[in-house]
Ligand binder design. Structure first.
Ligand SMILES: Cc1ncc(C[n+]2csc(CCOP(=O)(O)OP(=O)(O)O)c2C)c(N)n1
Length: 343
């Protein structure tokens, strides 16, 4: 946390173009998920979806600090990371609809997103599972002497899995080019952080293993961008991993479109407090104050809504999988590389 105060000043000095680009990504993520809410309301899909509305600043800020050849891994709440890393929203929507043109061939749904060319190597709903996979891709980059940095995105709940600690240790020991991004939204399904931990100190999770920790406001997209930039640079320069806790909040419930106000979880006050800290509202005001014409902001919002609506049209008109091929890819095949290439 120490170096951040000074660097924040430099961030504020940055051009409003950077902020506009960060906001564009956040607006696209929000539009995609709001469109998905309409899809759910119409009962068009049966698969579960975990929405990140409210948390957009983390994927937008972190991915803006990455190069296109860098790699990201995510968990079950990863629509935002996929969009922010430059992958195709149409292929994601088709995946959510379970269609052949989906980014995982329609076999994985919302929680199994893949876009190899854009460096989205996978999102997996087994909590913490991709953290160790991320260590693997960072190790591979180091052994191959590639400049790629890996980012592992995971929630506060994942830190309770032993696997995360094993991953932190290995990453520190081998000084791997990796950044651990913990999106602390204070909830794991229906349990608050305070019911799961004695201390509210997630940013220190790596320190015991030799991974320095930073805590930042995850709803301040410029602060996210700046903290991520420093950690990514550190990893790329061979100085090893960093653990960043971004504090944020998901507006919707754990899964689906509901707000989880009726599941025995007292979150009404927290929700109101965090909605007031909406990263989209915040950047809108900042940009208007710095002289960006409103018409520019409106055009970005309109384009994002159109992109999301087009993704739904694409998904609806994409092909349903052939039931005859349901067990394809279930067992090891002669050439594992053929997976996902045959649909
Ligand atoms: C190993 C494992 N244990 C339990 C679950 C059930 N589960 C799914 S999501 C979730 C909570 C995850 O919370 P967090 O990591 O904070 O992510 P968030 O949902 O807040 O984004 C749990 C316990 C699972 N998918 N995998």
């Amino acid at each position: 946390m120490k170096d951040l105060a000074a660097s924040k000043t430099s961030v504020i000095m940055q051009s409003s173009e950077t902020l506009l680009e960060l906001r564009r990504t956040m607006v696209r993520i929000r539009a995609f998920e709001e469109e998905l809410v309409h899809v759910l309301e119409r009962g068009e899909i049966a698969l579960p979806v975990h929405l990140c509305i409210g948390q957009e600043a983390v994927p937008a800020g972190v991915c803006a600090a990455l190069e296109s050849s860098d790699i990201i891994w995510g968990a079950h709440r990863s629509h935002g990371h996929y969009i922010a890393k430059g992958a195709d929203p149409k292929a994601m929507m088709a995946e959510i609809f379970g269609r052949v043109e989906g980014c995982s061939g329609g076999r994985g749904g919302s929680m199994h997103l893949l876009a190899r060319e854009q460096g989205v190597l996978g999102t997996v709903p087994i909590v913490a599972a991709t953290v160790s996979l991320a260590v693997g891709s960072a190790l591979a980059a180091k052994l191959r002497k590639q400049r790629a940095v890996t980012v592992a995105f995971f929630g506060d709940g994942a830190v309770e899995e032993g696997q995360v600690h094993e991953s932190l240790n290995l990453a520190a020991l081998f000084r791997l080019p990796i950044v651990f991004i913990c999106e602390n939204n204070f909830l794991a399904t229906h349990m608050h952080l305070s019911e799961r931990r004695v201390h509210d100190n997630l940013y220190q999770a790596g320190e015991f293993h030799g991974v320095p920790g930073i805590r930042e406001d995850g709803n301040d997209v410029l602060a996210v961008y700046e903290a991520a930039t420093q950690a990514i640079e550190r990893a790329r320069n061979g100085n090893g991993p960093t653990f960043i806790e971004f504090r944020t909040y998901r507006w919707r419930g754990h899964v689906g479109k509901s707000f989880d106000l009726d599941v025995g979880l007292n979150r009404k006050d927290d929700l109101e407090e965090w909605m007031a800290k909406d990263p989209l509202k915040r950047t809108r005001l900042q940009l208007l104050e710095s002289g960006t014409p409103e018409v520019v902001l409106l055009a970005i919002e309109k384009a994002a809504r159109e992109e999301a609506a087009e993704a739904v049209c694409f998904a609806r008109t994409s092909r349903m999988p052939d039931p005859q091929r349901v067990i394809q890819h279930v067992f090891v095949e002669a050439n594992p590389r053929s997976i996902l290439c045959e649909n």
